[in-house]
Design a protein around this ligand. Structure first.
Ligand code: SME
Length: 147
């Protein structure tokens, strides 16, 4: 399924849903079911101390709290830019949630100037994500700040 199709499907699923947890859970489930090369999809939510706490996700058990500024999620939260990691073993400070993970992408979810979450996807395929994924996922997560 293309990202445009995913966005359209998610838009329909989230229509009339104003609960942020329900919106994130539905997004994680749709992405997990639709992207074959992705085995973990989920959200981490920023806390006042700069750490990130796990939100709705699909996939194997993952870290509950990520320390401030650490890992791929911390880098994306800090820069507020999408971070593509073709080889997780080459990313300094990568926090391993699963030995299966070979590549990863983390997309900030913004509402105006405020970071409301980061969306993290892990693949067991090396270099599974490129700029098309970044733009497509950025477009998908824009739906989350719409409610
Ligand atoms: N690898 C992430 C941690 C979260 S898990 O992959 C689900 C990171 O380095 O921030």
């Amino acid at each position: 399924m293309s990202y445009a199709e995913l966005r359209a499907q998610l838009g329909a699923l989230l229509d009339g849903v104003d609960d942020p947890v329900a919106r994130m859970a539905t997004t994680a489930a749709l992405l997990h079911d639709s992207l074959d090369h992705v085995f973990w999809v989920g959200f981490y939510l920023p806390r006042a101390d700069g750490s990130l706490v796990v939100g709705p996700y699909q996939g194997p058990l993952a870290s509950v709290v990520l320390p401030p500024g650490r890992g791929v999620c911390g880098a994306a939260a800090k820069s507020r830019e999408t971070v593509i990691v073709p080889d997780v073993h080459a990313f300094e400070g990568h926090i391993s949630c699963s030995p299966r993970s070979r590549s990863e992408i983390v997309v900030p979810v913004m509402r105006g100037d405020e970071l409301i979450a980061v969306l993290d996807l892990d693949s067991d395929t090396p270099a599974a994500f490129d700029e098309d994924d970044a733009r497509g996922l950025e477009d998908v997560v824009r739906l989350l700040s719409a409610a």
